[in-house]
Ligand binder design. Structure first.
Ligand code: IPD
Ligand code: CA
Ligand code: CA
Length: 259
């Protein structure tokens, strides 16, 4: 059976939620006494604002969709058994955030029986609200968006990122970066995977690749790219979520360079 939820009413509620949380995030951006903890490695941090933001998103899901399951970066998976799963990154780009850099985002998606049906990425400082509904297209501030139509890597600007175990793990993306850099117009490392994918969806980046992402970094952004007419492929199985995104042609060319 198909899902029975009205996704556009979910989008309307989510818009209010992310704008409210974005306000809270902006208020503390650049604050000198921001509390933080270290997580998986010495360079993987979480701030008090990541945690506060996640609490608010979880409270939202519990209020409006109490039977749904939740997978959230800072608190893990809820015990609920449900066909619906909310996947939440309350603050994607924590390293930027802790430095007072304005590029970070909130990423929220909803799965039904393992398939993403809705994704939202909000960049508070830029006030850019991206969302996609499966089969209904992708939007930036309510206007339809589309991936770029570049056909050559040498004309393309790509984005990427590096995993928190970059110092410990041999598959740390440095080799792919070295291979691709001379083949492209430029490569950017913005520091928020969700925002990178949103930027591919609206054609500002022609392509993106990254390895060892988690579902909360990528789920909403992947739907944005697909609904914006692009494609997303997985390029290795051993490093969690490892993906290439862009239009079909550029995805193929990036894959040929790093396979
Ligand atoms: C990180 C960002 C970064 C990417 C890392 C992610 P976080 O998420 O998306 O761009 O390179 O792999 O873990 O920790 O800021 O939520
Ligand atoms: Ca993240
Ligand atoms: Ca995060």
């Amino acid at each position: 059976m198909d899902h029975t939820i009205d996704l556009f009413s979910v989008i309307d509620r989510l818009k209010q939620l992310v704008v409210e949380i974005g306000k809270l995030q902006k208020e503390s951006l650049g604050r000198a006494n921001l509390a933080f903890d270290v997580k998986s490695t010495a360079i993987d941090i979480v701030t008090e604002i990541d945690k506060k933001s996640e609490e608010k998103i979880i409270a939202f899901v519990k209020e409006y969709y109490p039977s749904h399951a939740i997978l959230a970066e800072e608190s893990g998976r809820s015990e609920a058994q449900s066909d619906y799963l909310w996947i939440i990154d309350p603050l994607d780009g924590t390293t930027n955030y802790a430095q007072g850099l304005p590029i970070f985002s909130i990423s929220i998606s909803l799965e039904y029986r393992g398939q993403t049906i809705l994704g939202m990425v909000y960049a508070p400082v830029l006030d850019e609200l991206y969302y996609a509904v499966r089969g209904q297209g992708a939007f930036l501030n309510n206007r339809p968006i589309h991936v770029s139509n570049k056909t050559q890597l040498l004309d393309s600007v790509l984005a990427t990122g590096f995993p928190y175990d970059v110092a410990e793990h041999p598959a740390n993306n440095i080799n792919y970066f070295t291979r691709l850099l001379p083949k492209t117009r430029a490569i950017r490392r913005f520091g928020s995977a969700a925002y990178d994918l949103a930027s591919v969806a609206c054609g500002r980046f022609d392509g993106y690749w990254e390895l060892n992402l988690s579902p909360w970094d990528a789920a909403a952004g992947i739907l944005l790219v697909e609904e914006a007419g692009g494609s997303v492929i997985s390029f290795r199985e051993d490093r969690k979520v490892s993906i290439i995104a862009g239009n079909n042609t550029i995805v193929g060319q990036v894959y040929d360079e790093i396979k």
